[in-house]
Design a protein around this ligand. Structure first.
Ligand code: SF4
Length: 333
């Protein structure tokens, strides 16, 4: 997809964290993200792969004293913007993009009522009387299925359930009808029933408002429910990109396959049989910066000699892309 018909197009995003003595270690390497208007794009990978950092970098929300971020190209709705750490860019300052986070309890102000926080958010972009802003806030909560919205405006975040707080976060994010919503693990902290309700709600709102969404999660089950297209990220790089259906049913990259096989309930297990898991752990940025070949090689059961020598690049195969030396081979099932 070209930048011209996308809502967000970022090419060659690189993010580094500062170490001691003005040295940096790269945590995101040459990431490309393109989202079409109205599309829901999934970004999936284990914790520590760089998913959230990439989103924060795009929004300009990384601290300048600890990070460096840049991209070869970046545009929103066809208009270029600059990505730079420590400088909330036009995306974060504008009303076209909103972001919601995993833990609503820490994202919301604990010492302000829901009403006060919503009125403040409304008045950033719209001049209106307090009574009118409160009515708008109550309407926004009601649209998210929150019962007695007028009464909830007087509540503090700790007085609401986890699911209710997450609905408040979504209501806040949608107040100004953004064209793009970045949702960073928005259901991870919720129990399964509430998670299903929130996912359904987000999918409905996304359809009704024709809003684009970048949905970040480590859970491929969630991706399967809400995203048409998916990027799989490992150790700071995209390793597979394609339709969610293709990735879930016939993954090209061994890491994608490992994530799928690790999904609880993926296959029946005998009593006492442990859950399948990808061996090892995601390397730290200091560790993967020193790897010469494929960053997944130390954990990959399919690794061959070339994998430890040469870094695979994203290559197109049958309508999608994968960064694996074996992806195009007939014996790679
Ligand atoms: S390039 Fe090699 S090590 Fe990396 S995922 Fe493919 S087979 Fe595994």
């Amino acid at each position: 997809m070209g930048a011209a018909n996308s809502i967000l197009a970022v090419r060659g995003l690189t993010v580094s964290f500062a170490l001691a003595k003005k040295q940096y270690v790269q945590v995101v390497d040459s990431l490309d993200i393109t989202i079409a208007p109205g599309e829901t794009l999934g970004l999936v990978g284990e914790s520590g792969c760089g998913k959230s950092v990439s989103a924060l970098a795009i929004m300009g929300l990384l601290p300048e004293h600890a990070c460096a971020a840049r991209a070869r190209e970046s545009s929103f709705g066809g208009a270029p913007f600059t990505i730079r750490a420590g400088d909330a860019c036009t995306l974060a300052r504008g009303r076209d993009v909103a972001m919601i986070f995993q833990d609503a309890l820490t994202a919301l102000n604990p010492v302000a009522t829901i009403g006060a926080q919503m009125v403040e958010a409304i008045r950033v972009y719209q001049t209106m009387a307090m009574a009118q802003a409160l009515a708008m806030a109550a309407e926004a909560l009601g649209a998210l299925g929150i019962p007695d919205p007028r009464m909830r405006l007087g509540a503090y975040p700790h007085q609401l359930s986890g699911g209710m707080r997450q609905r408040v976060m979504i209501a806040l994010a949608l107040l100004h009808s953004p064209r793009l919503l970045i949702a960073d693990e928005p259901t991870t902290a919720l129990d399964v029933t509430i998670q299903a309700q929130i996912l359904e709600l987000m999918a409905r709102l996304q359809r009704e408002r024709e809003m684009a969404m970048l949905f970040i999660t480590h859970d491929l089950g969630v991706i399967g429910q809400i995203c048409a297209r998916t990027l799989v990220m490992y150790a700071g790089r995209i390793v597979e990109e394609g339709s969610t259906r293709d990735i879930l049913t016939r993954p090209l990259h061994p890491y994608s396959r490992g994530l799928i096989e690790s999904m609880p309930g993926k296959r029946a297990r005998a009593a006492g049989e442990p859950l399948p898991a990808i061996p090892g752990r995601v390397p730290s940025p200091e560790e993967f910066a020193g790897l010469q070949g494929c960053r997944f090689a130390p954990r990959c059961a399919r690794a061959e000699a070339i994998c430890f020598r040469e870094q695979p690049v994203l290559t197109a195969y049958d309508g999608r892309q994968a960064a694996c030396h074996l992806a195009g081979r007939s014996d790679h099932a």
